[in-house]
Structures are given as C-alpha cells and as structure tokens.
Write a protein that binds this ligand. Structure first.
Ligand code: ADP
Length: 502
C-alpha cells in the first residue's frame, strides 16, 4: 500500500519536493534554490535546465530522507510558478532561451502595440485577463520575434512552448522522444491564450499574436485519474504516476480547502495573491481583478476564481534587507518595526514594476510620501509591512464589489504570515479575522491533495476539509475611524505613483 503522495513545488526562487501522509501532514521535504538572472533593469530570467536539475535533486533528496521508494508513492503532483515561459527544441531538449519569469517587464512595448487595437481589455471577455507583461502570451511573442530561428522552428513543429509545469512534465516523463507535452487548465489560464469557457487555445487570439498552434501543449484537467504520464528521469521516483498540475496560487486554494463558492485564501510571498472561489460561474471583474481557473477535477465542471495579484509585498522586505541593509534577515523587519508605535505619517507604495491589482498601471513607480525630519528606519520598516496590508484591503474591496461576497475570515499562508505585527495589522485594516492553518505549506499540499484524489489515496474533498486545522487567529482590534483614516491616506499615496513612466 502506498504511504505517501509527493508534490513537486517549483517556485520563483526555489524548488522543493515534499511527501505528505494520509492526514495531510508533512513527512519530509527537500528544497534547493536556483539562480535569479537579471540581464537588464526589468528583465528576470531563470536557467530552465538548472530548474530541471534542481527538481531531480530535490526529488531524490526527499525520497532518501524518508527512506521511500517509488512504490510508496500513490501519486506525484506538480505545482509551479505561473506565467514563466520556456521554449525548447523537442529534438535536443535544449531551451532556445532562458525562461522568462513572470516578473519580467520586457514586453511593455508589445503590450502597448497590442493594446492600440482594442485597448488593454480586448481579450478580457475570453481570457479573464488584461493585456500585461505579466502573462505568458506576450513573453512568447517576444521570444518568437527576438530569438534567431525560433519562428521557423515553431512553424516546422520542432519548437515547443510551455509554462514551468509543462517543461517539468516533458522532462520527467522522458524528454526527447518520450516527453509528454501537456499543461493543466490553471496554468493555461495564465497565458492569455486560453478561452475560459471552452478550456482550449483560442485560434483568434493565436492569430492576433501570430503564435503557431503546434507549439502549444495539450490542456488537461488539474487532477486526472488517467495520469499525464509516469516519471522516467533516472531517479528514485521513477515509476510513480503524475496525476496533478496546479499553478502555485491555485494549488494554495486547493491546499486551504477553499472548495465552496465564497471561500478565499491570501498567500503572502514575493507578491500577494488572493483568490476567491466563484464556483462554476465565470465572474468577469469590473474592479481590476483577474478571472482565472480555480481547478478542474477529472471530468467534473471547471471551478473558477477571482484573483487579486499584487506584485510587491515580501519582496519589499527583501529590498529593505538587500538594498537598504536596515535588517539582516526578513523576519528582523518585525522587531525593527516594533520599536515605533506607528508609521510616523509615512506611506510606502512599492510600485517597483508598476501596479498590478486593482490598478494595472505600467506607468506607476514606487513612492514614499509624508516624509519629515522625524521619520527613521523603523517607520520605514513599519510602512513597508503596512503596505502589504493596505494592498490586500484594496483587493478584498474589489472582490466584494465584483462578487458581492464579503470574506468573513481570511485564510492566509506564505512566508510573511509568521510576522505577527503584520497579521494583526492585516486583521485591523480588513476588519475581519485572519486565520493561519497548521500546515502552512498549502501550495505543495494542494498539489498533493489533487494528485491523491485522482488515485483514491483520498476519497473526496470532504475528507481533505477535515484535515484543515487552525493554528493561529488574529481578530480585528482597531476602531473604525483609525482604520478608515489610515486607508484613506494610503489611497492618496497610491495616486502619487501614477503617470511616472512617460
Ligand atoms: P515565494 O514562495 O514567493 O518565494 P515565500 O512564501 O517563501 O515566497 O515567502 C518569502 C517572502 O516572505 C520573502 O519575500 C521574504 O522577504 C518574506 N518574509 C519571510 N519571512 C518574513 C517575516 N517574518 N516578515 C516579513 N516578511 C517575511
């Protein structure tokens, strides 16, 4: 009898493999970082081959730690950094170019060009997304236009496109000759190329972007009883079946067991991503959110979500650490911030790469407003943490306006949720409780859940819900006037970021 389900969690800064048991507890984990490549301001790349090496290393590392064999695995699931784009040669397995990472803004001109004819929302009805540098489609256009010989190779059928899930599966299932070329609906919904209703690539958009359809993978469900493939990569897990793929934020929805319409989670990592389950209904956003796939289990109907994506939250803490050197480690920000009682009148809007939800402004850049001779580095630390909470409030407000659903308690996860000051301030600014589950590795857990549901390791989502337990809860403790005054000032600060890039 299989004892575990494995999850490959390929994130923006690191890759890990985790094993979970039937209670949803972590059995073991092995994690490795990979290089962040910054060729120019605004450009962010990863070496796609390094990502494969790290993936194989972490799988073997975790399997060894647990003393596990492939037969101990009921299934393996994949969750991944979304939108990051790879193109490779199916005959050699070599990427044509580094992976272009979701944060990369090099496609600004392509976005402007495409927006001229019909505006930034021209594909929104079909895809749920505005035109933005964020999504894979414009990154693929850039590659086709800038990598020598790629267009010809794509037309010949030699060049394959994939988001990271697709690149991983192709390699893990044998690569050249054998590799399976698939993706799931959640990853496909971040390309700007998939129709939310048909769950298929949209020929009209492909024609408009001049993307050869034969480059694109087959789109399947997020949890499949008929596996995508079997691992064949020369490692300890060879022979295990791959039965789930979920983009990282959708995986967190799954791991937080937000299976009913109206349930939401917010992940605090490099950026913040709040997703609200809207059930089988496609809710178009009128307030700056994205409409996206939540997940699709086998042949059940697809479940959709509204998403508020915020580009800079935890990475602002990294910026305080690496660029200002006012803290040594990210968690130090809390102690520094606690040395002052409030923000000293300053607001820090980290529009480092423009603003994502709910504004979608490429022309915005960061500001710190309200500076006086009184302000010190602790106020800066506090303002940086508060920025995460205000941005989350803006997204929560937009969700309410779009869906009419008032979030009653916010389920949170991610690296920043160990910051007590931030979590309390978040509850204060939202005016609703914030709750953190015992297993906070919800991304990997979600991929494992989706994989294990497919093989019968878990029988249904009710069983998964029962595994979810509260670890911490923060209740709002701020008077209404203070809350609204702070939030009003934040909104004024945001206005100061607009129209900066000409
Ligand atoms: P990702 O999955 O996006 O790589 P994680 O969920 O691992 O991110 O979270 C890491 C982020 O959280 C980093 O940007 C880091 O600056 C921030 N972070 C980690 N611990 C804390 C903390 N105690 N307080 C504030 N920020 C933190």
């Amino acid at each position: 009898m299989a004892k575990y389900v494995g999850a490959i969690d390929q994130g923006t800064t690191s890759t890990r493999f985790m094993l979970f048991d039937h209670s949803g507890s972590v059995v073991t984990s092995h994690q490795l970082e990979h290089e962040q490549i910054f060729p120019k301001a605004g450009w962010v790349e990863h070496d796609a081959e390094e990502i494969i090496r790290r993936t194989q290393q972490v799988i073997d590392g975790a399997m060894k730690k647990a003393g596990a064999r492939a037969t101990d695995l009921s299934a393996v699931g994949i969750t991944n950094q979304r939108e990051t784009t790879v193109v490779w040669d199916k005959n050699t397995g070599k990427p044509y170019y580094n992976a272009i990472v979701w944060q990369d803004t090099r496609t600004g001109d392509i976005v402007n060009r495409l927006s001229q004819n019909g505006g930034a929302d021209r594909f929104r009805d079909k895809t749920g997304l505005p035109l933005s540098t964020y999504f894979s489609g414009t990154k693929l256009v850039w590659l086709l236009e800038n990598v020598n010989g790629l267009r010809e190779a794509a037309e010949r059928g030699d060049a394959l496109f994939g988001t990271i899930d697709t690149w991983l599966i192709w390699n893990l299932t044998g690569g050249v000759g054998d590799g399976i070329h698939v993706t799931d609906v959640t990853n496909a919904s971040r390309t700007l190329l998939m129709d939310l209703k048909t769950l298929n690539w949209d020929n009209e958009i492909l024609a408009e972007l001049d993307i050869p359809r034969q480059m694109l993978p087959e789109i399947r469900a997020s949890s499949v009883r008929n596996p995508y493939g079997t691992i064949k990569a020369g490692g300890i897990a060879d022979g295990a079946v791959l039965t789930s793929i979920l983009g990282d934020q959708q995986a967190a929805v799954f791991g937080q067991t937000c299976y009913s319409p109206g349930e939401a989670k917010n992940t605090y990592g490099t950026g913040n991503f709040m997703l609200l389950n809207t059930g089988t209904e496609i809710v178009q956003s009128r307030h700056g959110l994205l409409t996206t796939l939540g997940y699709k289990i086998s042949d059940e109907p697809a479940v959709y979500a509204l998403e508020g994506a915020i580009a800079v939250t935890g990475s602002l803490v990294q910026w305080l650490r690496d660029n200002l050197n006012i803290i040594n480690t990210a968690p130090d920000v809390e102690n520094l911030a606690r040395t002052v009682k409030d923000n000293g009148g300053i607001y820090f809007v980290p529009a480092f790469s423009g603003l994502f939800a709910p504004y979608w402004r490429n022309d915005a850049r960061g500001v710190i407003v309200g500076m006086t001779r009184y302000v010190n580095k602790a106020h800066l630390a506090r303002a940086a943490l508060e920025a995460t909470a205000y941005q989350t409030r803006e997204v929560a407000d937009a969700m309410y306006k779009d869906s009419g659903v008032e979030v009653k308690a916010l389920k949170v996860d991610g690296g920043m949720v160990y910051n007590e000051l931030l979590m309390q301030f978040q509850a204060d600014i939202l005016g609703v409780p914030v709750v953190r589950p015992v297993v906070s590795e919800t991304t990997a857990l979600g991929a494992a859940y989706a994989a294990g549901l497919a093989t019968g390791f878990w029988s249904n989502t009710e069983e998964l819900r029962n595994n979810w337990q509260v670890s911490n809860r923060w209740n709002p403790d701020m008077d209404e006037n203070t809350r609204e005054e702070l939030y009003r000032n934040w909104k004024r600060a945001v206005e100061r970021t607009f129209n900066w890039v000409e």
